[in-house]
Write a protein that binds this ligand. Sequence first.
Ligand code: SME
Length: 328
Amino acid sequence: MKEIYFAGGCFWGTEHFFSGVDGVVSAVSGYAQGRADFEGRPSYEQVYTDTTGFAETVKVCYKPERISLDMLTDLYFDIIDPLSLNRQGHDEGTRYRTGVYYSNPADLPVLEAAFARAEARVGQPLVVELEPLRNFFEAEERHQKYLDKNPDGYCHLPFKTFRYLRLYQDIAAFLGDEADPVTRMAEISAFIYERMKFFWVGFYIGRGSELVLGPFQGPPACMRIGFGRGVCGTAWKEARTVVVPDVEAFPGHIACSSLSRSEIVVPVFAAAGSDGHSATATRMPAQKTSVPATASRAVVTVLDIDSKDLDTFDSTDALWLEKICKLV
Ligand code: SME
């Protein structure tokens, strides 16, 4: 068993998140990195004054044979804003600063690599601390498993983060080493549809200068979409996730069903993503047919999700659906 300490804003949400990570044995809310001259164990009220130097920190114990420190740290970066100093969500103060604190110096190179990946992703210097752990104290019992005890309690993380974490892990475990990308797409669309209750979930696969309908769940849909056409063709052409809060306001939207009000389209790239966790993503065969010169050759397929409600999708959906697409 190994341990690592994450300060990610309010510990209620950070603890709840890491408790749900497969391979994590326990996540405990506490206080770390307090002033050297602070005597003894701080109370929540003392830490709240923001004068003790302590940061709300979660001690994560995990089985390294089930989850790597690499993956844990990447997940940590998925739930924080690494550019926000002393503020996460609505919570402000040095007690809500972000940091990764290690008790084992041998972890440092792995953590430095994870920080470098995160920095490359955001393209700016991070304001996240990376330090050896100092004076950690477990928080009071009422702060442990706070969101289990108070399901409607405050959380600075969007609640759908927890549903997506479960979904992502379940899909990854279920697919295992199945090699056929079409089979993987079929299962992925079924998982998302069943769990998230969206109106339509499916893949469009790049063939020549068109996308053709692949595995999907929901009502019958249009079968072919031209390169650059509609939301799907735009995501393919521009090789980026496209979030459409109101389909009627998106020029060129292709209406397969009048019930669809908002949507998100996420590209699936041929090679493993930058986080490098998806060994299977490299199995997707590269396009054999010709693609228009402006197309990003890296995009082979898109995941299209429609909702019956306006404004259903945001950056949280984009982040987790991009991770799920790496499982194709
Ligand atoms: N609305 C999509 C077409 C596909 S259906 O939503 C299933 C688009 O404009 O790309």
